[in-house]
Design a protein around this ligand. Structure first.
Ligand SMILES: [Zn+2]
Length: 504
């Protein structure tokens, strides 16, 4: 790849066997541990200022032309510092790439990267590990504003706490990949670890894939199917779309859902462009590709509704006065938005510049308040249905997963009841507490954790739940300091747990 590619995109490669990866994906990397490089005019080892500067540049993704400016330190008492960012960051001058899918291509062996990644976690966490969960992402990243050059990295996320991300392949070219050959090495590597597990420190760790996260166009590309805008583009069901100035999917009842088997057999040929290397993997070809909530709900339906109300055709459009009223209500809410939100509301006059998170806030929180009494009642009720439905769904989804089984147990239990309730329970009813292990809620929680974190044994999950119950008294004291004490009804049976939980 050409030199300016490294400079402008802040990409740095190790020069032997391409072991290094994107700075931006591995900002936590310890640069001082890199081996020395005789080609360079600057000896890295022992120059701690240079090493610190390199780590700082990497962590904050400082532009290399700005780092070049630091050569003024050379004039003022630090003659050992290098003159350019490239020397400081030890950017390789040449990277041997091969051509694949019409692009320059670089492959990172998955097994080696996994071992390298696990080495960075605390020994205890890795020693206890039986199952390693991975997620993947493929997407196009434009590199420069002034040219069409883009990268299509395949990224792997190791789902431990904290999550670590590294590339398994990097492709770079002026257009998108011409075929799916760039997926093949990753699929081969992944099939190997999924089948045989990962040998790590005299132990064999089971490897599973949680999902492939991609936006809709990238998903259609790697699954080699029609895009969402096609007549047979729905990735979840087999209905044929209807043309209403654009393809829409109208049916909501009696749908035939796609399954892993129907996808692999290509029972609806119109949905597929052809085979994909991904179908060599032992994954569910439908369920392993989650629906892209940001593009489809926030930047999709919610944005569309607001644009129809504010800028749509006559008959659907609301009046300028109503737009003004909604805007002023939104602005009034500004001071009441807690700091956990990335942005505070803006008026509808800035609708074109709203970000996905603003549409999300409108849909889940502010919209219900500011539209009431302004929007026509049937439209308001329609919006309310959508808002509540997505609210329930996101709440439900937020319970799933967790970085590890312990995290999952905590999330699940805290969403069902507060620590004020849990402190009255112990697994087997010891110390005068109520028995938890014979309740339906206990069974449901246990099953949920075991489904989310495949490979977690029953005894292990039991211990996790016991642990949450054990810490509930201390945790509830902590909550008292944060929020005023709430009256906790005495719980007589397992359904009572659900009744007394709604304290948020
Ligand atoms: Zn569908």
């Amino acid at each position: 790849m050409e030199d300016n590619c490294h400079r402008e995109s802040d990409v740095s490669y190790h020069e032997d066997n391409f072991k290094e990866s994107l700075d931006s994906y591995e900002s936590g990397m310890d640069l001082t541990q890199m081996s020395s490089d005789s080609d360079l005019d600057f000896i890295f080892a022992g120059t701690s200022l240079a090493a610190d500067l390199a780590a700082w540049t990497s962590e904050f993704q400082v532009k290399h032309n700005a780092v070049d400016g630091l050569k003024l330190l050379k004039k003022h008492g630090h003659p050992q510092l290098p003159s350019t960012a490239r020397t400081l960051m030890r950017t390789a001058r040449e990277v041997k790439t091969v051509e694949k899918s019409g692009m320059e291509y670089l492959h990172y062996p998955l097994k080696e990267k996994l071992v390298e990644t696990l080495d960075r976690y605390p020994v205890q966490l890795v020693t206890d590990l039986d199952t390693l969960e991975l997620s993947f992402n493929v997407d196009g990243l434009p590199l420069f504003k002034s040219s069409g050059k883009s990268m299509w990295p395949i990224l792997c996320a190791v789902m431990l706490s904290p999550v670590t991300i590294f590339p398994t392949a990097l492709t770079c070219g002026t257009k998108k990949p011409t075929d799916l050959a760039f997926l093949e090495d990753t699929v081969t590597d992944l099939t190997e670890v999924l089948t045989n597990g990962l040998d790590y420190r005299k132990k064999n760790i089971k490897v599973i894939v949680r999902c492939f996260v991609c936006d809709a166009p990238a998903k259609a590309l790697i699954k080699n199917t029609k895009c969402y805008s096609g007549y047979y583009g729905c990735e979840r069901c087999t209905q044929r779309g209807i043309w209403l100035k654009r393809v829409t999917y109208q049916e909501t009842a009696e749908l035939n859902l796609r399954t892993d088997a129907s996808f692999r057999a290509q029972t609806q040929p119109e949905h597929h462009h052809g085979p994909t290397p991904l179908s060599d993997l032992p994954i569910d070809m439908v369920q392993s590709f989650p629906i892209d909530y940001m593009h489809q709900v926030c930047l999709g339906v919610t944005k569309k509704l607001l644009f129809i109300w504010c800028r749509g055709e006559k008959g659907m459009r609301i009046s300028a006065g109503q737009v003004q009223e909604i805007s002023s209500r939104l602005l009034q809410l500004k001071s009441s938005i807690p700091s956990i939100f990335a942005r505070t509301p803006r008026g509808l006059d800035e609708l074109e510049r709203w970000k996905a998170t603003e549409f999300r806030q409108f849909l889940l929180y502010t919209g219900r308040l500011v539209l009431k009494g302004v929007l026509r009642e049937d439209l308001y009720n329609h919006f309310l249905t959508f808002s509540v439905a997505i609210g329930l769904l996101t709440h439900h989804l937020s319970l799933i997963g967790g970085a590890n089984p312990g995290d999952c147990a905590r999330r699940l239990m805290r969403s069902i009841a507060t620590s004020h309730v849990w402190k009255h329970f112990s697994l087997h009813g010891k110390k005068g507490k109520k028995t938890f292990h014979n309740t339906t809620v206990y069974f449901v929680i246990k099953r949920a954790i075991m489904v989310c974190h495949a490979g977690s044994g029953e005894k292990f999950v039991e211990d996790l739940i016991t642990n949450v119950l054990k810490h509930a008294p201390a945790h509830s004291k902590l909550q008292v300091q944060l929020v005023p004490e709430l009256e906790v009804p005495v719980v007589h049976n397992e359904t009572g747990i659900l009744d007394s939980s709604d304290t948020e």
